[in-house]
Design a protein around this ligand. Structure first.
Ligand code: GLY
Length: 232
């Protein structure tokens, strides 16, 4: 996750990320440790070089582990995390050239995928996942997507498996999709089928209320290291 955050070629994560409507790169990141169900996240932060490092650090705590905006940046500063401007020439140009008279209700994920999601398992069976994103291009300042929200953007339980999501956060959160995938695995459904069933049911639910979903993708791994993925 850190490597993607540092690479400006990934335009929707970390350095060189997608600016909000005010021209600021605002970042969300989270980490979950599937052994202890430890969870840490930061949301709507600016100029933190590696948001995932702060999220990882916060996952040691059982309280105050999900921090927003100034509080998250204060925590990062006090604990010696590196800061830098996250705008690059390219992200500035992308912002300057974009039409700002847009319909916020039609915001879409960058190229369908806006988040780096890493899920994994070590040889001892410990599972974890980490996610990081600059969120939707031209979003409202302070807008938070699914990524730092436990159960929506990510979920890990070493006894079952882990899952993470990318796409339009508001639509992912409506189905708490990462937890739904893990929950289906807990019921004995194979990892690939769990991804497909979670997304299919979610899309059917959207259809029933006449809501057109934005793009959504999920990835998952079960406790034996078998993987699944699905997209709408
Ligand atoms: N999936 C990331 C976001 O909506 O911000």
């Amino acid at each position: 996750v850190r490597a993607v955050e540092d690479d400006p070629e990934y335009v929707s994560v970390g350095y060189g990320g997608l600016p909000n409507i005010e021209g600021q790169v605002e970042l969300d990141a989270a980490y979950m440790d599937g052994d202890a169900l430890g969870f840490g996240g930061i949301m709507a932060v600016r100029n933190i070089k590696n948001p995932i490092e702060v999220a990882y650090d916060l996952s040691r705590y059982g309280r105050n582990c999900l921090l927003a905006e100034d509080g998250a940046m204060m925590y990062a500063q006090k604990n010696g995390f590196e800061f830098r401007s996250m705008m690059t020439e390219k992200s500035r140009k992308r912002y300057e050239e974009a039409d700002k008279n847009l319909d916020m209700e039609r915001l879409e994920a960058y190229g369908g995928h806006d988040t780096v999601c890493v899920i994994g398992k070590d040889p001892k069976g410990s599972m974890a996942c980490g996610v990081s994103t600059s969120g939707l291009f031209l979003k409202h300042p302070g807008r938070v997507g699914d990524s730092p929200i436990i159960g929506s953007g990510l979920y890990a339980d070493s006894e079952i498996g882990c899952a993470a999501a990318t796409g339009v956060g508001e639509d992912i959160m409506k189905g708490c999709l990462s937890h739904t995938v893990v929950s289906l695995m807990q019921q004995g459904i194979f990892v690939q089928e769990a991804c497909e069933a979670a997304l299919k049911r979610h899309m059917e639910r959207f259809d029933r209320c006449g809501h057109a979903s934005g793009s959504i993708s999920v990835i998952a791994m079960d406790s034996q290291g078998r993987i699944g993925a699905c997209t709408n």
